[in-house]
Design a protein around this ligand. Structure first.
Ligand code: FE2
Length: 426
């Protein structure tokens, strides 16, 4: 799949997950929620035939809850054996009907009638905390193409969402008896569902990687920048929500590069003025794309827009100075610049770590915020001195360095920054 196509698909996936989250946490009729959830899954792949079955553990049956594109009588049930339940319960990935593992064969055979009708290509179990909740079965893709790895990834994420949503709604439904303890549990569960950062984050990460894939020089860039930015944001004491916003913005900050011509993006020599203008448009385009997505974190699109601003106001696109930039923007700006310096570029090889650190140091108050820089250097110092058990930045640095030399340099920098007064305004 081309990187543009992958990008479009992933953007669509984020929007779908958002929508799905809203559907599943809304108070509307359970059956309607299930129908909408199934339609979301079908629309995102997309397929024309599909069905969602819920598992009744007492009768050990899968019961049809929603379907589309099928002539079913609405009362379809699939009796399972204990062995089949066990197989589906532990299965984390979709089962491809044609290439199913031998162990799944009896299940597929028994469920033949329904799956024949769906022309089932995929059976995705819905599991929550080791319990089988149901299954989704899907027919062929509209365009007749085979399902891709990305399709399976997205399906896995959506199935998790739906399984948790069903479990949660089940709890709410049993609340009719107004059991207080149960109500508390259900609301906790609802929170859990809403905070399923991990799943959401996986999609964002995949999107970041797809952005980087457009340019071989930036492979892994978004992932590294997100790691650097997150650890700096945490060190600065930013709250969880803002840290997540910085992390997501870091993964997606360069998404606007999809609109920049490859001949400019990958040009190995100096860019002319026109080409430079093109490059300078990417943060605004990133903003335009991201501002259409409803992120559950504050200012993601804005943070991405301002990742090339300098604190002295000579960055782009809006030439905003220190006070106009929030901490998230300043963190991303430093993390991004540092990774760019320590990575190969089409027009130059990676700078040595000592040179990159000096570059950041020289540009404090000019390009970089002093507090953010101080936090960054302190983290580096802790990591290189072995004061942290799980270092984040050092293992991801791509240029060579001598630890002894870097230790000395970092000591000097942190001393200097803690003493240095801000420069007088020009
Ligand atoms: Fe950028």
């Amino acid at each position: 799949m081309s990187s543009e196509k992958t990008l479009r698909k992933l953007l669509f996936s984020i929007a779908t997950l958002e929508e799905l989250g809203e559907v599943l946490s809304s108070q509307q009729e359970f059956q309607e929620n299930m129908r909408m959830s199934l339609f979301s899954v079908m629309g995102s792949l997309p397929v024309s035939k599909g069905a969602l079955f819920l598992f009744d553990p007492r009768k050990r049956k899968l019961c049809l809850e929603a379907s589309r594109g099928l002539v079913l009588d609405g009362d379809e049930q699939i009796q399972l054996t204990g062995k089949m339940v066990e197989l589906l319960r532990v299965r984390k990935k979709a089962v491809v009907a044609g290439g199913s593992p031998v162990r799944m064969a009896p299940f597929l055979k028994r469920a033949g009638k329904v799956f024949e009708d769906v022309r089932a290509e995929i059976i995705m179990p819905l599991n929550f905390r080791g319990e089988l909740i149901g299954i989704i079965t899907l027919g062929r893709k509209f365009n007749g193409e085979p399902f891709t790895v990305e399709d399976f990834d997205l399906l896995g994420i959506m199935a998790n969402y739906i399984a948790i949503g069903i479990h949660n709604q089940d709890l709410f439904r049993s609340l009719e008896s107004s059991n207080k303890a149960l109500r508390r549990k259900a609301s906790e569960n609802k929170k859990l569902f809403r905070n399923l950062e991990g799943l959401y984050h996986d999609t964002i990460k995949a999107l970041g990687a797809a952005i980087d894939a457009k340019d071989p020089y930036t492979r892994g860039h978004s992932e590294r920048v997100a790691c650097f930015a997150e650890v700096i944001a945490v060190r600065l004491g930013m709250n969880k929500l803002h840290v997540a916003a910085v992390r997501i913005a870091s993964h997606l900050h360069d998404i606007g590069k999809i609109a920049i011509d490859n001949s400019v993006l990958l040009k190995p020599s100096r860019l002319n003025e026109q080409e430079m203008d093109q490059i300078h448009r990417h943060p605004t385009i990133s903003y335009d794309i991201l501002s259409n997505i409803k992120f559950p974190y504050p200012d993601v699109a804005l943070i991405a827009r301002h990742h090339h601003e300098w604190v002295n106001g000579s960055g782009y696109p809006d030439r905003i100075k220190m006070d106009g930039l929030n901490t998230g923007m300043k963190v991303l700006s430093l993390a991004d610049a540092f990774d760019a310096m320590t990575s190969d570029r089409p027009y130059r090889p990676a700078l040595g770590l000592d040179i990159a650190l000096k570059e950041v140091w020289d540009n404090v108050y000019r390009q970089f915020d002093p507090q953010v820089s101080q936090a960054f250097f302190e983290i580096m110092q802790d990591e290189i001195e072995g004061n942290v058990t799980k270092p984040t930045i050092i293992p991801r640095i791509r240029s060579r360095y001598s630890p002894q030399k870097i230790k000395g340099l970092l000591w000097k920098v942190t001393q200097d920054l803690s003493m240095r007064p801000p420069p007088a305004e020009a």
